[in-house]
Design a protein around this ligand. Structure first.
Ligand code: ADP
Ligand code: MG
Length: 665
């Protein structure tokens, strides 16, 4: 009700950070680097940017604020533009990969940490920024961790530059120490007690358990909204579906009136207009039930939550050495994360947190703090970036928590295989070009191979389609119909070419939205792909790479695809079953693949990525000719060179001498 009855400026003055506004500005004035600690919801993300603006900092440069998550960058910028009574994209803007909503008049810029990291490539001193706020530092995202090292140097070089590091948790000492004993500024908290209830027994199906708990709260407990933590989109959708079903049953079987429940999902791939719904007040007599990923842990603050249901799990990107790549996997969350989640129930009044795990699991199975991303993921992107910033020896880079040496070497090896690094670990011509694209090294390589093979026009479209969420729409109650619609686009033996075909057909139909709806395609996804395509095209232009086309000679395109994915090449083992050529790991065709219903299965394929569900499924597959792999093989497997190499090629070579080589010999 508060949000409804009070003006935005009154709401701003009610935030805990407002009471210490002048002290904070004082500390910032006196120090170059300041660490700011405050509870979630205290105003750390939305207020300091405005205070700095009000204090005159934006007269001489931008105030930038980084976010580990795209959704947070967009939604917070929206909020701040409303508080400042301007249009989003004018004085207050945001930038995320492939989307820049700022203008020359912009004073406050929210952006993902990845965007700022890429900006350091063009301007290593970040001269246009007067202040950078690194928000959500406790999340320790990969890009934030790299930025720590880079911004520390910027601060040393530029006396006029200010850096503020904000965190929602108390282990601020580490940040302070890293920046040479920077002062730690505490925002006083305003929280209410949260009653924490553990499960007595471990639960088997936490989606089902969460749904039951939410319905029980709704029927028996007093007013207040509910927030459920799940791991990802699929689970969230099935929980929302189950909740809606349960409510329908209740309403039809009950003689008394059942109060309304507004069920609201939130996850990163949800379209922005649906995301915004979680902040809107529900109608009179309606309770909100938000079903979220860990995005609602600290990045987004929703007021009015009195009940939290915590499954105790979250998805994390983890490098899987067996597969040689990152995979999103479900893990128990950390104790710190569970405590943050519980805290969401005590923002507006005393609340309750239902933990769907046991107290002993909390004590014995959960880590006190999450493992920083830099210590658990593939570093290829980071290595490429740091190399181009002329960081010669990555093992000496100023990391707050250095990644395991093994990870760095492994990522360097992958880049070497892609042809981005030479034998002494320096960037090759190809590597320098790859850095220009805000893409994973694999996709950047595919694009540049498209150039070499004269089919960059086609590859550009494929890369753009792979950079956005799946274009295919498969509503729950119309699965058969939508599958049939998808099959019409199939190009035999290739999901990549199927994506290209979808895009070309859409183009032929004047990019029409109704055409998308008729063919079970996400309009927004395709529009996004079109935007991505035009931005990549701009980069190609600046690199003076002409747009060549092979006029849909599918084999040429498939060869370019093949060249990027040699790490993800697999050969047939059984029906729908393949094994990775490099490491022998089994992987399966997904039923949605164009290769699935062919009636035969190609001997060799490459895939975009593996998704772990019930099996290791390959996502986006194309058949390739074994001689292509062999052609590309020598380049990757027998570099004859007597240079002393940073890369311990002997050892790698042995590991590499695998199924494919044997097959080729
Ligand atoms: P912190 O970063 O300390 O967690 P924020 O600055 O994000 O806090 O949020 C402060 C308050 O601003 C929240 O409690 C909420 O009331 C409001 N708020 C923030 N983002 C939004 C939004 N997108 N829509 C509506 N209100 C918001
Ligand atoms: Mg915040």
């Amino acid at each position: 009700d508060f949000a409804k009855s009070k003006s935005l400026s009154q709401q701003r003055q009610y935030l805990p950070i407002y009471t210490v506004r002048d002290d904070l500005l004082g500390v910032v004035r006196e120090n170059q680097v300041v660490v700011v600690i405050g509870e979630t919801g205290s105003g750390k993300t939305t207020q300091p940017t405005q205070y700095l603006h009000e204090d005159g900092y934006t007269r001489t440069g931008l105030v930038g604020c980084t976010q580990p998550r795209r959704v947070a960058a967009m939604s917070v910028a929206q909020r701040v533009s409303e508080e400042m009574e301007t249009v989003l994209g004018d004085e207050v803007g945001y930038a995320i990969r492939f989307e820049d909503v700022t203008c020359p008049n912009t004073k406050i810029k929210y952006m993902t940490d990845g965007v700022l990291l890429r900006e350091t490539l063009k301007d290593s001193d970040l001269d246009k920024y007067r202040v950078i706020i690194m928000d959500e530092a406790h999340e320790r995202s990969l890009n934030t961790d790299v930025l720590f090292g880079i911004l520390k140097k910027v601060a040393a070089r530029r006396r006029d530059f200010k850096l503020i590091v904000t965190s929602a948790t108390l282990n601020a000492d580490k940040f302070s120490k890293f920046f040479g004993g920077a002062p730690v500024f505490h925002i006083p908290g305003r929280t209410f007690p949260v009653n924490i209830l553990f499960n007595k027994m471990p639960c088997e199906d936490y989606v089902e358990a969460a749904v039951k708990q939410a319905i029980a709260i709704h029927i028996t407990s007093g007013p207040g909204d509910i927030l459920i933590f799940m791991t990802g989109q699929e689970e969230i959708e099935s929980a929302c579906h189950a909740l809606a079903e349960r409510m329908e049953q209740l309403i039809s079987s009950s003689t008394k009136a059942v109060p309304k429940l507004s069920i609201l999902p939130i996850y990163s791939q949800l379209p922005a207009d649906l995301q915004a719904k979680i902040f809107q007040k529900a109608g009179e007599g309606t309770r909100k039930c938000i079903v979220a990923t860990n995005i609602a842990e600290t990045s987004l603050t929703v007021d009015g939550i009195f009940y939290v249901i915590d499954t105790g799990y979250g998805k994390m990107k983890v490098y899987n050495p067996r597969m040689g790549m990152d995979a999103l996997q479900v893990f128990p969350c950390s104790q710190a994360a569970a405590d943050q989640r519980a805290g969401r129930a005590g923002r507006t009044g005393p609340g309750t947190c239902y933990r769907l795990f046991t107290e002993s699991a909390y004590q014995n199975e959960m880590l006190p703090n999450p493992v920083p991303e830099i210590q658990r993921t593939n570093l290829s992107n980071v290595v490429l970036l740091l190399k181009s910033l002329k960081v010669e020896n990555l093992l000496n880079f100023d990391f707050m928590d250095p990644p395991p040496q093994e990870n760095i070497l492994n990522s360097m090896y992958q880049l070497w295989l892609l042809g981005a690094l030479n034998n002494v670990g320096g960037l090759t011509n190809l590597g320098w070009k790859m850095v220009e694209f805000p893409l994973d090294p694999t996709l950047a390589k595919m694009l540049l191979m498209g150039n070499e093979l004269g089919c960059i026009d086609e590859v550009l479209t494929i890369v753009s389609m792979l950079s956005v969420p799946s274009a295919f729409f498969r509503p729950k109650d119309r699965e058969e119909e939508s599958d049939a619609a998808r099959e019409k686009f199939f190009v035999p033996e290739s999901d990549h070419l199927t994506l290209l075909n979808v895009y070309l057909q859409w183009e032929l139909n004047q990019y029409r939205g109704d055409w998308c709806n008729d063919h079970f395609l996400h309009v927004k996804g395709l529009q996004k792909a079109r935007e991505v395509r035009s931005q990549l095209l701009d980069i190609l232009k600046t690199l003076k790479i002409p747009l060549t086309s092979c006029h849909m000679e599918w084999d040429v395109v498939r060869k370019a695809i093949c060249s990027a994915y040699f790490q993800n090449s697999a050969r047939l083992k059984g029906v729908g079953e393949y094994i990775n050529c490099r490491n022998g790991v089994p992987c399966h065709l997904h039923p949605s693949s164009a290769l699935y219903g062919l009636g035969y299965t190609p001997d060799y394929i490459v895939y975009h990525e593996l998704v772990l569900t019930t099996k290791d499924y390959m996502q986006c597959v194309s058949a390739v000719e074994p001689q292509w792999l062999a052609e590309l093989g020598p380049m990757f497997f027998s570099v004859k060179d007597s240079d002393t190499s940073l890369l311990d090629r002997g050892r790698w070579h042995n590991e590499e001498k695998t199924a494919m080589e044997e097959e080729m010999e």
